[in-house]
Design a protein around this ligand. Structure first.
Ligand code: PEP
Ligand code: MG
Length: 757
């Protein structure tokens, strides 16, 4: 059963569009269950009816015409109950409804299962049999399993149809909209540029090619390079191979011959396709053909084709990456966006981002926020390849993306953009005013940075220090570890740009969703694995080089603070301190006049909240990383869009832990800051101030919104609000409380910003 499932899904995944997906499905399921009929009904959202869109066995003339409401017939019953219906004699069921167009009267038995995506019944998959037959439990289990895997494929295929302006039943869909989760606030209207995960054949868009002869030459060169790679590999591992394995290498070379795969790809390029698109199309056809063969050995060849074509694609991409031309105003869209992809766009051209993976708490979203542009994350059904070059509206407030908007929708969003610009300009006036409540309580507002551009924006916004410089960001944008000298230069730029204000540099925090391309960490649970200080302590040479670079960069400026991430036991602080002292000693001996910087510890792992006493004995200051603290307290992967609704820093348990940390650190007389995204949420900032956080460090975009709100309240009001918030039972109750209370204080305009933060 698993093999059949796998083979059906491989074929379905390679289908070019919705019709092909459904046709493969009904054909393969009918054969697998040896039944007379297999049909698929999909929901037409405008009419709320389930329309017969593919069938093997029913009258083909009925396809696209027949439909059932959820109250009608057995198909409707499956949809209504969102449960399978398995009947030996369908006619005897009170919900049986005869559809003359389908000529289904000959069929006695019926098994229907719902296709469910995001708790909505997208469609119904039905098998029918002429003779009386109670479909077995195994048949039922097979269809249920298949339908669960199918749901995202069908949803994506439907999105592609919607993107091409027309929903699956042919009615034009105005303003196709794709739902994700809000990643970074704001709105952008611009042209989409699809970038793809390197060497992913499934993600290649169709694009025309300008110079056909040059494209053919280019493709042939890349093909030749892969042939050479395979020949070299064959020679290199010759002694380790059995004869039949050696034959496999010959088979690969044969597939890669100009006269095999090559000739098909060249034919498509000659029709005007770019090489990557042509290769992907040929690869898809072959993979599908192999995958549908009922022979284990031959089916496996689909994997070989995929591997070989991915190798060719790698070389095509390496070259074409250098030639990529980004639109003037560009919205970057990708299955899994990375920081490096953002950095590849020339300065000033990037205005928004869309990613199928990740959530608001992913580092790419945090980076987008820091750059002041909207991001929509977790748009699972977004047809990336199809929308390359189309106009998009990215609504980062609500987590929505519109493609090819109507004039009316574009105007509505242009108005929102104008209002946002106006609010930002008004807030500009706060730039040089202190962040002081109406009753004279002062809080420091610092910024989080990763790139030099952030530093420049932050200075313009009136930030009073850098509370978190994510040093891994410049590491992520390179192709190898930067040397100590190169790091010194990067750090000196940050320190100088903010001098004499304090700059908090966090030591390398890789792992989780921050991989380095040249230092892969492949783990099943990356957030619970080799991250942050754990990597640094296992690689003291990397840590020492980084700390030496920070200390060297600070000579003569003396505005450096060092921060240690992901501490989960105090021994890690001791080890890190030893290495920092050693770096300092070495530098003294080398003649550098380094001063001892304040060393801080991040509280991100909940256990550490119960060891504040031990931490404050070792650290000069504490900085709470509310992103990770929330993730670990609530057991919600911050990067997983499926559970993003559960991620809330306003969860009462999170608030109580923060309150406890604040109380103990303040009592110990140590400086306390918070540098997670929570600090940049205007509503949450009121609570953090009331708890006693001295420094709120946030993205530059939200800094003035937070300042405006805090200047509008008193400390006494904030403390009262905190008291009530701590008594609530869930995040929603805290949100409502904050909204009502702040509205009552007359700061409703900023509340919009509060919600968006
Ligand atoms: C945090 O976890 O809150 C934090 C500031 O660190 P990062 O987001 O870089 O993991
Ligand atoms: Mg963190």
């Amino acid at each position: 059963m698993l093999d059949t499932l796998h083979s059906i899904m491989t074929e379905v995944n390679g289908a070019r569009d919705l019709d092909a997906t459904l046709d493969i499905l009904v054909r393969r399921v009918r054969a697998a269950l040896q039944t007379r009929v297999c049909s698929v009904y999909l929901l037409d959202r405008s009419s709320g009816r389930y329309v017969l869109l593919a069938s093997q066995g029913l009258d083909p003339a009925a396809v696209g015409k027949v439909s059932l409401a959820p109250q009608e017939g057995l198909v409707g019953l499956v949809a209504q109950r969102a449960e399978p219906v398995n009947l030996e004699v369908a006619r005897e069921h009170p919900r049986y409804y005869y559809l003359p167009e389908t000529r289904e009267e000959e069929y006695e038995s019926f098994l229907g299962v719902p296709v469910i995506q995001h708790a909505q019944v997208l469609g119904v998959l039905v098998v029918q049999q002429q003779q009386r037959r109670k479909f077995s439990r195994e048949d039922e289990a097979f269809l249920i399993t298949l339908s669960a895997q199918l749901a995202p494929v069908i949803a994506l295929a439907e999105s592609k149809v919607a993107a091409q302006r027309g929903n699956p039943v042919g009615k034009p869909a105005r303003d196709p909209v794709f739902a994700g989760v809000p990643g970074a606030p704001g709105v952008a209207i611009a042209q989409a540029m699809t970038v793809f995960i390197p060497a992913d054949l499934g993600a290649i868009p169709t694009r025309p090619c300008g110079d056909i002869a040059a494209e053919v030459r280019f493709f042939n060169d890349c093909l030749e390079t892969v042939r050479q790679d395979i020949s070299e590999l064959k020679i290199k591992i010759k002694g380790q191979l059995r004869p039949e394995e050696r034959e496999l290498f010959d088979a690969y070379l044969h597939m890669l011959a100009d006269s095999a795969l090559g000739v098909e790809v060249v034919a498509l390029i000659e029709q005007g396709n770019w090489a990557q698109g042509a290769l992907a199309q040929v690869a898809r056809q072959h993979i599908n053909n192999f995958a549908s063969i009922d022979d284990d050995y031959l089916r496996e060849r689909a994997t070989d084709i995929k591997d070989l074509c991915s190798r060719v694609l790698y070389y095509l991409q390496e070259q074409q990456k250098k030639q990529r031309v980004y639109p003037e105003r560009c919205i970057l869209v990708c299955e899994a966006l990375s920081a490096a992809m953002l950095a590849d766009v020339p300065k000033g051209q990037l205005v928004g981002v869309v990613s199928a993976e990740g959530s608001a708490h992913s580092h790419v979203a945090i980076l987008a926020k820091a750059m002041g542009m909207p991001a929509v994350m977790g748009v699972a059904d977004f047809p990336f390849a199809e929308l390359d070059g189309h106009e998009l509206i990215v609504d980062g407030h609500h987590g929505r993306v519109y493609s090819d908007p109507s004039e009316a929708l574009r105007q509505r969003y242009q108005q929102i953009v104008r209002e946002e610009v106006q609010l930002t300009e008004e807030l500009e006036m706060l730039r040089d005013l202190p962040c002081e409540t109406r009753d004279g309580y002062r809080v420091a507002l610092w910024v989080n940075t990763g790139l030099l551009t952030d530093v420049l924006r932050s200075r313009e916004r009136g930030a009073e220090g850098i509370g978190l410089f994510r040093t891994e960001v410049p590491f992520m944008l390179r192709e190898s570890f930067p040397t100590e000298d190169e790091q010194t230069e990067i750090y000196r730029e940050q320190l100088q740009a903010f001098h004499p204000k304090q700059v908090t540099m966090r030591t390398l925090d890789i792992g989780g969703d921050k991989p380095l391309p040249y230092f892969p960490i492949d783990e099943a649970n990356p957030y619970l694995g080799w991250r942050g200080i754990r990597v640094s302590m296992d690689h003291p040479e990397l840590f020492l080089a980084q700390v030496r670079a920070m200390l060297r960069a600070s000579v003569g400026l003396d505005n450096l603070q060092i921060l240690l991430p992901m501490i989960s036991k105090v021994g890690e602080i001791d080890s890190a301190l030893l290495l920092i002292r050693r770096a300092q000693r070495e530098l003294f001996e080398e003649g550098y006049a380094v001063r001892t910087p304040p060393i801080g510890v991040m509280i991100e792992v909940p256990a550490m909240a119960w060891q504040i006493d031990a931490i404050v004995r070792r650290a000069d200051f504490i900085s709470v990383g509310s992103n990770d603290l929330t993730q670990y307290m609530l057991a919600v992967d911050r990067n997983n869009p499926r559970v993003t609704g559960l991620f809330s820093h306003l969860h009462p348990a999170v608030l109580r832990v923060l309150h406890k940390i604040a109380g103990e650190v303040t009592a110990a007389g140590k400086r306390l800051s918070i540098c997670g995204e929570m600090a940049g949420s205007p509503a949450a900032s009121v609570l953090l101030m009331a708890m006693g956080f001295d420094i709120l460090s946030m993205n530059a975009t939200n800094l003035q919104r937070v300042k405006a709100l805090l200047r509008d309240v008193t400390l006494v009001q904030a403390q009262r609000l905190l008291e009530h918030a701590l008594q609530q039972e869930d995040s929603e109750a805290v949100e409502t409380l904050l909204e009502e209370a702040l509205q009552g204080l007359g700061v409703s305009r900023l509340l919009q910003a509060a919600r968006e933060g």
